[in-house]
Design a binder for this molecule. Structure first.
Ligand code: IVH
Length: 575
């Protein structure tokens, strides 16, 4: 392969990896702005070297394949994506392209409907005879995941469509109709959900979009029901009869039928209107209840939309005008290194606090050793920080011409900052890990937190803060000691009930909560052990397969021999 082809191929691979993380696992690896940049690079490559484009090119498809575990649904009309416009010039080009394609002279007004671009999870709702039959994610655009049961728990999605009293007859509901829109979560609801998740040691989401996607894509609809999800409708797929002449008309009909819509919207008559709308929305963006990542412009007349049709993965009649990521300039005061449950060392930049897009940012993750080296971030550096919908802020770049003359490269520790044990990095891994195991206080505390977390032993009253306190005072230093706490407390000269913040009742309650967990289901036990790569779903599979702990232990011991029947048996378990 020549150099250009290789570079192109590597970028495609990277895009595929990012798509999988974003769409299938709901855990983005990069900010949206960085992702878009890569996509643009690939598009530029394809323009310069059209001979390289393959049918599989990731830029030709939308989203990612449906995840395992969900039934799939083939959309009646494919669900597409939108072309992005990053600059005013891109927007002007879009209008010119549309005008040229339709041969509309400049003297004639071309109406464009502008509306917010909600940052959520797109969803297609299929109704027949006004009744919700199924709901599907976008998936790869052709085939999505069946999320009907989950969607039925979302209050703002009507189960049955009916015209509100006094509605015009022209808006009669088509017998068959696919309604497209975005499932999202309000920012306040997202913050409350994360706080609750953190308290019980559950999954904490990076941003409202991921929280919405993670909440919808649950195999157990009861979990979705407990999450504060909402829906905005904004487009149609299949519809058995026409009932509107314009995009605005579709919006009105959707409203009549009980769907909420993102506000504010504006019917624009020229570029001046369009840019005015864009800047207005950008200004009110921090005050909106939900995250948006830009605005969408749609040719208003539906007959024009039909004539314009589609190219590759997007309609020719619409464009997304994205907001620039919110950035600010600040100083790195220090670089600290945190130790996680599995011993991973994560460097963190301690920043001079700064407001970025309405939120005060004081720290930014530096991910790992490579990231610090790649960006050459040093203590004392002036840096650009960015929040792009993500809750975890990123350092985009160092402002090199403001670097202090005496600065020196950050030396990544080769020993654990918490316990002093050697920190090593294996050849094919990006993370550096502490080798201290349970003798490392940072790992021990994090493992204890995991042990008692919601999906593990789930002991009421023994949250992350109490664990830290008890560990510090050597009350509980390993999981087994949780279960001897009461007996030891009985002989203690500083019993729990006498500690600040505790009393007779709260101590008794805690002992009762611990007693209630002396026997738990096997999958919770396996999860609580915190084996790398073994999360809730793998723990459930292992538990269902091995049935009891002694069989599990014996089998897994035997499975260390890769020639053994036990090893083959382990591989047979799905995932
Ligand atoms: S219209 C044929 N309108 O953004 C395409 N999409 O990045 C119809 N989105 O796939 C899409 N807000 O999931 C449309 N007001 C809006 C939107 C919107 C968010 C999503 C949608 C789309 C994605 C493209």
């Amino acid at each position: 392969m020549d150099k250009v082809a290789k570079e192109y191929w590597e970028k495609l691979k990277r895009l595929e990896e990012l798509d999988e993380a974003y769409y299938t696992n709901d855990s983005p690896l990069l900010s949206d702005a960085q992702y878009d940049e890569l996509r643009r690079e690939i598009e530029a490559f394809e323009q310069a070297h059209p001979e390289l484009i393959t049918v599989q090119s990731a830029t030709r498809k939308v989203g990612s394949k449906p995840a395992k575990g969900f039934r799939t649904i083939v959309h009646h009309v494919p669900m597409l994506s939108l072309t992005n416009a990053m600059t005013d010039e891109d927007v002007a080009d879009f209008i010119t392209r549309v005008r040229n394609f339709l041969s509309i002279p400049d003297s004639e007004v071309l109406e464009i409907l502008a509306e917010p671009k909600i940052d959520g999870l797109s969803c297609s709702l299929y109704y027949e005879g006004g009744e919700l039959i199924y709901a599907a994610t976008r998936g790869d655009g052709e085939t999505g995941e069946d999320i009907t049961d989950n969607v039925r728990t979302i209050e703002s999605i009507p189960q049955n469509l009916s015209n509100r009293k006094g509605a015009s007859a022209a808006l009669s509901i088509p017998d068959k109709i696919e309604i497209r829109g975005e499932i999202y979560m309000d920012r306040d609801d997202f913050a409350a959900l994360n706080a609750a998740q953190q308290k019980v040691g559950g999954k904490v989401f990076a941003n409202p979009r991921n929280a919405a996607a993670g909440s919808v894509r649950q195999l157990d609809a009861a979990i979705t029901a407990a999450r504060p999800l909402k829906f905005f409708g904004y487009a149609l797929g299949l519809h058995s009869h026409e009932f509107a002449a314009t995009q605005d008309g579709i919006n009105q009909a959707l409203k009549e039928w009980g769907f909420s819509q993102a506000e504010p919207r504006k019917l624009c008559r020229n570029l001046g209107d369009i840019f005015e709308y864009y800047h207005m929305v950008e200004t009110i963006r921090p005050d909106l209840k939900y995250d948006i990542d830009g605005v969408v412009y749609k040719v208003n007349r539906l007959d024009y939309q039909t004539r314009l049709g589609f190219i590759a993965r997007a309609p020719r009649w619409a464009v997304a005008h994205k907001f620039a990521a919110q950035q600010a300039h600040t100083i790195v005061r220090d670089i600290t290194v945190q130790v996680g449950r599995t011993g991973a060392l994560t460097p963190v930049a301690e920043l001079e606090p700064i407001t970025v897009g309405g939120v005060v940012v004081g720290r930014a993750t530096l991910h790992n050793r490579d990231e610090i080296e790649r960006k050459d971030i040093r203590i004392g550096d002036h840096v650009i920080v960015q929040r792009a919908g993500d809750v975890i802020p990123q350092i985009v770049a160092v402002v090199m011409d403001q670097r202090p003359a005496d600065s020196s490269k950050f030396i990544f520790p080769d020993h654990c900052p918490a316990c002093g044990a050697r920190a090593v990095r294996h050849a094919d891994e990006v993370v550096t890990k502490c080798t201290g195991g349970l003798s490392c206080p940072a790992q021990a505390v994090e493992r204890l937190k995991h042990f008692v977390s919601r999906l593990g032993f789930d002991i009421e009253g023994l949250g992350a803060k109490i664990i830290e306190e008890f560990y510090q005072d050597q009350f509980i230093t390993n999981p087994a000691e949780i279960f001897t706490l009461e007996a030891r407390d009985a002989h203690s000269i500083t019993p729990l009930r006498k500690r600040a913040g505790w009393g007779d009742l709260s101590a008794k309650n805690l002992f009762a909560a611990i007693d209630a967990r002396r026997s738990i289901s096997l999958h919770r036990f396996i999860y609580a052990l915190g084996i790398p790569q073994v999360g809730e779903s793998t723990a459930k599979k292992l538990a269902a397969h091995y049935r009891n702990f002694s069989d599990l232990r014996t089998s897994l011991q035997s499975a260390q021999d890769q020639e053994s029947a036990a090893f083959a048996e382990l591989l047979e378990i799905s995932d």
